[in-house]
Design a binder for this molecule. Sequence first.
Ligand SMILES: [Zn+2]
Length: 141
Amino acid sequence: MIEIETKPWQTMVLHAERIYPNECCGAMLGRNLDNKRVVTDAVPLENAYEGARGQRYQLRPEDLLAADKAARTRGLDLIGIFHSHPDCDAYFSNTDLKYSCPWYSFVVLSIQSGKFDHAKSYLPDADQTRADGEELIWQKS
Ligand SMILES: [Zn+2]
């Protein structure tokens, strides 16, 4: 289970709506507890994909590394990656799977006509062959 606090959730939705019709991406920082992950901070990152950014996103490894470092200096962990699907459902695509990492939660936000519609979280396996859904809770303000 992954729970996203109000502030990071607003950051993620705002970033996704602002970057629409392109895909946005970013890092989620927080704490790994026994029975759930809690996101306390979200860091918008640049979609570095050089092709059509409405259909794909790419994170720079150095951006992710910087986010990981920033988390650690504050006693937090990098616990996941978020990205948006403009005018598309929040499913986990084959491309998403191909570029996934098994130790992170992947939250996908569906943005329809520029507005947040729904979101889902996924846990990819180590072989990048499948990603199971994960219960996602966010705090509505
Ligand atoms: Zn995707």
